[in-house]
Design a protein around this ligand. Structure first.
Ligand code: MG
Length: 162
């Protein structure tokens, strides 16, 4: 078995954009401020990618998808996640479970949690009950509490599949 942890933070863009919406866990949240990023800014999937890479000792997302590389500009983080998971399966490992904690003062995430779980499970060819997404605020403390951005922690457990 292998365990991995990932953490990521992205700052909100100054204003909402129809062309670059807020995407969390592969799910588009309409009418919310988007997150600034070279990719689509999906802080949830970035944390999850880092947890998976950590579990297999493959460094971090910045090494695999540098933000100086134009080919990753605006890329869907689901594509990054699927590539990272191909590295996991190449190690003869499969996801046992992922536990994800999104930290945001806004928007409200509860209505989107199930869609995120389903989207992530589908990308990892895992069953729905292997994925848990939960959300918390910081009780208005600090930068996240002032609504300046969103942070996310992810923990994964991988198990051998041979
Ligand atoms: Mg990121």
């Amino acid at each position: 078995m292998r365990i991995g942890h990932g953490f990521d933070v992205h700052r909100f863009a100054p204003e909402a954009s129809e062309t670059k919406p807020l995407i969390l866990g592969g799910v588009t949240l309409p009418d919310a401020l988007s997150l600034e990023a070279h990719s689509d800014g999906d802080v949830v999937l970035h944390a999850l990618c880092d947890a998976l890479l950590g579990a297999i000792g493959e460094g971090d997302i910045g090494q695999h998808f540098p933000d100086t590389d134009k080919k990753f500009a605006g890329v869907s983080s689901l594509t990054l996640l699927e590539h990272v998971y191909s590295l996991v399966t190449a190690c003869s490992l499969t996801l046992a479970n992922a536990d994800i904690t999104v930290i945001a003062q806004s928007p409200k995430l509860a209505p989107h949690r199930e869609a995120m779980c389903l989207r992530i499970a589908s990308s990892l060819k895992a069953s729905r009950d292997c994925i848990n997404v939960k959300a918390t605020t910081t009780e208005q403390l600090g930068a996240i509490g002032r609504g300046e951005g969103i942070a996310c922690h992810a923990v994964v457990l991988l198990e051998g599949c041979e």
